[in-house]
Design a binder for this molecule. Structure first.
Ligand code: SF4
Ligand code: SF4
Length: 186
């Protein structure tokens, strides 16, 4: 044992250092928040409850029922049911999310090329019944109206989840994938 270690042991230096730290914090203001009376604002881009985005002009859901979000969802908790509408157009009849299975990874938001689904700042939705966590299209649209409508929703997509379709815009002089240049028989 070195002299330094010996002195530390004999004079309880480390214990005294620990006690000094405790004493120091005893007189500093508490940092604990008295939730739910004191709440902290959710950080922008927070991954809370899902919402289906409404089209600004028509007020209808932006979702076209392509199913990309459901395909990307690692929990397989998104269920989409489409029907044939007027002029043989695909119409989203039901869009449902089993929130109890969701891991809030936001892959669904990333995968959507239309910016039609978002995660909101809302996280206080505890309940006693399982049904309350099965989100239907109507419930998801209401969540959008309540928490993300207007500038807030626009800002969310601009800052955090810019629709991926923008990534496919060809930039001048950028290298481009040319299928005809591939090696034959390679
Ligand atoms: S956040 Fe992740 S787990 Fe939840 S619905 Fe979206 S893709 Fe699925
Ligand atoms: S990826 Fe977007 S548009 Fe396609 S089904 Fe999901 S939410 Fe709807």
């Amino acid at each position: 044992m070195t002299t330094k270690k010996f002195i530390k042991k004999v004079f309880f230096i480390e214990i005294l250092q620990g006690l000094a730290l405790t004493l120091k914090h005893m007189f500093s203001p508490a940092v604990t928040r008295q939730y739910p009376y004191e709440k902290r604002e959710a950080a922008a881009g927070f991954r809370g409850l899902h919402a289906l985005v409404r089209d600004k002009e028509t007020g209808a859901a932006k979702c076209v029922g392509c199913g990309l979000c459901a395909a990307m969802c690692p929990s397989q908790c998104i269920h989409i049911y489409t029907i044939e509408g007027e002029d043989h157009k695909k119409v989203v009849d039901r869009y449902e999310i089993d929130v109890l299975r969701c891991v809030f990874c936001a892959f669904c938001v990333e995968a959507c090329p239309f910016g039609a689904i978002s995660l909101t700042e809302h996280y206080e939705y505890s309940d006693y019944a399982k049904d309350a966590f099965y989100m239907t299209k109507e419930k998801l649209l209401l969540t959008w109206d309540k928490y993300m409508a207007g500038e807030k929703g626009e800002e969310y997509f601009k800052k955090f989840w810019r629709p991926m379709s923008e990534d496919f815009i060809q930039k001048i002089q950028n290298a481009k994938f040319m299928p005809t240049c591939r090696h034959k028989g390679g």
